[in-house]
Design a protein around this ligand. Sequence first.
Ligand code: ADP
Length: 527
Amino acid sequence: MAISRFSRRVLGIIGLGVALPGALLAGLGVYLTVRISDAIHAQSQRYNLYIAQQVAEAYEQELLAELQRAVGGTSGAESASRNGLDRGEILRALRANTGDFVAPEFLPYEALSDYELLMVEHTPLIYARGSGPVSSQWFTGLLLRGPDGTVRGAGGWWIEPGRFLTTHLRPVFEERLPGNERMYGGIESTRGLNIRIAGPQRELILYGRDPGYGKTAYTEPLGGPFTGYSVRVAANSNSAVVWAGRFVTLLVVFIALMGLVVIGATIFGLRYTVRQLELAQIKSSFVSNVSHELKTPIALIRLAVETLEMRRFSSPEDSEKFLRSISRETMRLNQLVDNILDFARLEAGRKVFQFASVNMLDIVRDAVESFRPRLDDQGFKLEVDLPAVLPPVRGDAAALSQCVLNLLDNAMKYSKARREVRVSAEFRLNGGAGAVAVAVRDRGIGISPRDQKSIFEKFVRIETGLVHDVKGAGLGLSLVDQIMRAHGGRIELRSALGEGSTFTLVLPAMQGAEVVRTEPSVEQAAS
Ligand code: ADP
């Protein structure tokens, strides 16, 4: 049953009013979050780069300081130089402190202009790349002065940076770096950084939590004697920047889900409301249909009873007519009440069928005879075409009789100009023990193919122009359908608009029952 166009429009407006802004807001939320995410990402890239540069600088600074500390062993050479001793004496003094350096060296003052002078912690440290056989080595040393205080040259050693790093990096890492303000000052503590020192071939020299080669890691080269070496730095996976990125992703998913939930809830809510409106409409039309169905026979019965009571009839035939009317309307009432009660029982699953071996010929004959007066009254031509014998079926006699009566009632109700009803029965040989088919045909208004399925649903009535003046509760066919299913049978319909309808009850014949083929109609069905 459809709800009114007005209700549909209101629901549509509500649906759009909720779902559209919901979807728009969710879309906007996702858009803004993605923009924020981009900004945070760019910012975090800049931040990571800055941190990497700071860390690289700190390393360089501390490594040079370590180098300087290591070349502190020039004191012997310094005093030899200050005493004016020659190059050989100076070298001997240096050799005594060679440690992990490669070879001692004294560079005279004239040669110093070729070297770069580096100040580390306010003391000049000299370093220079060697040439020829020592090209992979660096000279590193301190200025040596003569007896008059003038610079004589530089005394120091050739070093191999790799070797130096291997032996000196750990103390630098553990003892010196923690005190460097570049490492642990600035905007955020860099204590949680992932750091890796790599050699010229990217080989790992030392790491404190390896940053790997992910997108957020930056590599900064070291300078001076450590040229070719690099520090790779990445934010720790627990750092605020990394968490901000994670939260943004979560937020996008969260907003998108929220949008989906809003749209889903709107659709669900609207469907639920439509269903409730339909049910309310079905209920109200059902109540009004049933009231009308009840009132009409009651009014007719009252009229007949009053007439008889007041003896307002002129002849005994007249009184007969009123008595017949009472009997007819009582039967109609009875049928309606039976339908309602059975329907309620079936719906509640409380209907109990009394199955027994039933002869459909008896059922059909009794139903037709009890219905005949109503058809006669309405001027119907009734044709009954039954075979002499039919195999029994397993069924509930009262329920099956109710089916036939409902079909007869409909045939009468939905016929206009051509008032002809034909009731027939036949045996069908369609597998198993065969089936018994009882057909009720009318020449009435017919049913369009579109409606032929829905009329078996409860409360469904086709309220087209042709039937709009015929009242009914919309229960009859639904009941017949349910009863047939409970019997393992079915109801068939053949109908064309304006030409009439044939409803056929098909019930399985009882196993082992005798099959009798006597009537021509049975022959046709079987062939
Ligand atoms: P009711 O007759 O009380 O409305 P039914 O369940 O018996 O309820 O029938 C459902 C609908 O099927 C009817 O409203 C009517 O539109 C259609 N219908 C039933 N029987 C016939 C028939 N013999 N000819 C035409 N239409 C019919």
